[in-house]
Design a protein around this ligand. Structure first.
Ligand SMILES: [Zn+2]
Length: 208
């Protein structure tokens, strides 16, 4: 009774603002290393090859994203991003560099290797596979077809009980996850869908 309600209101408002600030600022502090890149709406799909200088890529990407995608690096297995990947639900995985759609959650499987694994790409033209003789091994490198970002490697015939028995072993830091919207639908197999207009109309939330 002795504290004016207006003072309580001001103090409470300050707390709310501080909490909101923390929510928005904290995930940004280590973006790229500790937080899986995500987007609410699918990025527009590049129709032409995407070519940028190293300087332009460095400006756009975190140091770790640059090291992996533009320098064919490999993130450490069982990292924070991999743990987040395992918990992600239905959605699509896009190139963190150019936004091209690469994989969907439909072909995700648990390989136990410590990196995100898929048994098939989202489309046959979304990725390129190249022979890779680095490190004294013969492997097949997987890159983004649009911007040539290094994504990881693909391995055949390892005995996984998947439709293809291929393991696309992909660096989590090379991808951006776009969760499926509520209206994305699950009536078809989605084969022809390329860029659903997720969340385009979210203005009228409360009705009356
Ligand atoms: Zn790309």
């Amino acid at each position: 009774m002795s504290i004016p309600t207006r003072a309580i209101g001001v103090a409470f408002g300050g707390l709310v603002l501080a909490a909101l600030g923390a929510l928005f600022l904290l995930p940004g502090l280590r973006a790229g290393e500790e937080t899986f890149a995500t987007a609410k709406v699918a990025p527009s799909q590049p129709t032409e090859p995407v070519k940028k200088t190293d300087e332009e890529w460095r400006e756009q990407l975190s140091p770790e994203q640059f090291r992996v995608t533009r320098r064919a690096g490999t993130e450490r297995p069982f990292g924070a991003l991999y743990e987040q990947f395992k918990r992600q639900g239905v959605g699509a995985y896009h190139c963190v560099c150019c936004g091209a759609k690469l994989f969907t959650s439909e072909t995700k499987f648990d390989s136990g290797c410590g990196w995100p694994a898929f048994y098939d790409p989202a489309t046959a033209t979304g990725i390129h596979e190249k022979p890779d003789h680095s490190g004294g091994m013969v492997r097949t490198e997987v890159v983004c077809a649009k911007c040539d970002a290094h994504l990881g490697h693909v391995f055949d015939g390892e005995g996984f009980a998947t439709p293809t028995d291929r393991r696309y072993c992909i660096n989590a830091v090379a991808m951006r996850f776009v969760p499926a919207g509520e209206d994305a639908g699950d009536g078809g197999d989605g084969g022809a869908e390329s860029a659903p207009d997720l969340g385009a109309d979210s203005g009228d939330v409360s009705g009356d």
